[in-house]
Write a protein that binds this ligand. Structure first.
Ligand code: SF4
Length: 338
């Protein structure tokens, strides 16, 4: 083991991204000075991967970091961490986000136009990774999108992962479509699901998501959660709220979302902020303060409803930047940042 500054993506990750790239992380439109997303391959269409070449590339990146401090793409990234890294040649995290079409039209969606993405089948490469034991059995296999449930090979991919007894599968879905495979994964305790609601009322939900789906989503969430058993340290069901300033940044929206979540068996709730707002509001002290106050409110209310709150790193980053910009008497109290 060696101690140096690196990140989980470089050390253990692989991302099948939405514009036919294989990358080490998924910081699309990153605010990092280097732009993020170091690449392994820049035009990928589902071929079997040359794993020797992949692990050689990873090792070369590690050596570069040890001598130069970081990759040029990673400058100022909040995910860099100085610690002992194992150097192991196994994947602990894969993100399958090669499918970017969606049945929602969320205002904050950072996905590029699906026309810029060529669709491919993930199943052959997934089978190859499983056969060659490239992914650790306790590793995290995550689906994002676009919307995974409308990806042609989603059910087949999930079936294979389930069959091979991976224990930590994560699906980010808008839950407009009910998926029997997701339901079974939840029932068997091996699947984690994250659903971004972004509103407490039907009207605001429609404004943020761009489609009328509020009732359908809650109907599906009620079904999923009916077979869910919360276990500390286990796979979680989460609802999420992405703050979109001037659209849903209201205490009552957060309150109603939490109240509705508390009526199900779901215990975990997350708060995030629209990525694009961050990039265009780096000097907006008042705006940042509002986000931080809403985050405090979210934590307070979640606890009141016996839910487990979680704040995304983007908001923690706003907290650090805000406190650097204001005088001592205006500093925001740290309620959630480590
Ligand atoms: S941009 Fe950040 S998350 Fe991505 S590889 Fe670099 S340090 Fe890791």
């Amino acid at each position: 083991m060696a101690k140096y500054k690196s990140c989980h993506g470089i050390e253990h990750g692989l991302v099948f991204n939405g514009v036919n790239l294989l990358t080490y992380c998924s910081l699309t439109r990153s605010q990092e000075e280097g732009g993020g997303e170091p690449q392994f391959v820049n035009s990928y269409y589902g071929e079997i991967i040359d794993w020797d070449a992949f692990f050689k590339d990873r090792q070369e990146k590690r050596e570069y970091i040890k001598t130069h401090g970081m990759l040029p793409q990673c400058k100022n990234c909040i995910y860099l961490e100085e610690k002992e890294w194992s150097g192991e040649d196994k994947l602990e995290y894969i993100l399958i986000t090669n499918y970017i079409a969606c049945n929602s039209k969320c205002t904050y969606c950072p996905m590029p136009d699906p026309k810029n993405s060529k669709l491919y089948n993930i199943v052959p490469v997934l089978k190859d990774m499983i056969k060659k034991e490239i992914i650790k059995k306790d590793g995290r296999i995550e689906f994002a999108g676009g919307e995974p449930t409308i990806y042609k090979w989603f059910n087949e991919a999930l079936k294979i992962i389930n069959k091979n007894k991976f224990q930590h599968i994560v699906v980010n879905t808008n839950a407009i479509i009910f998926s029997k495979e997701i339901y079974n994964g939840i029932k068997n305790g091996v699947l984690e699901m994250v659903v971004s609601l972004d509103a407490g009322t039907k009207e605001t939900h429609e404004k943020v998501k761009g489609v009328k789906s509020f009732d359908k989503v809650w109907k599906n969430l009620d079904k999923y959660s009916s077979v869910y058993k919360y276990k500390e340290g286990g796979n979680l069901l989460k609802t999420k709220f992405i703050i979109v300033p001037d659209l849903n940044d209201k205490e009552e929206e957060i309150d109603l979302w939490l109240q509705r979540t508390a009526k199900t068996k779901i215990k975990n709730v997350s708060l995030n902020i629209d990525f694009q707002w961050i990039f265009t509001n780096t000097e907006n002290i008042e705006g940042m303060k509002k986000i931080l106050d809403l985050s405090d409110y979210f934590i307070l209310k979640a606890k009141e409803y016996d839910l487990i709150p979680d704040i995304y790193p983007n908001i923690k980053d706003i907290h650090h930047r805000y406190n650097k910009m204001v005088p001592d008497e205006k500093k925001h109290e740290n309620k959630y940042c480590t």
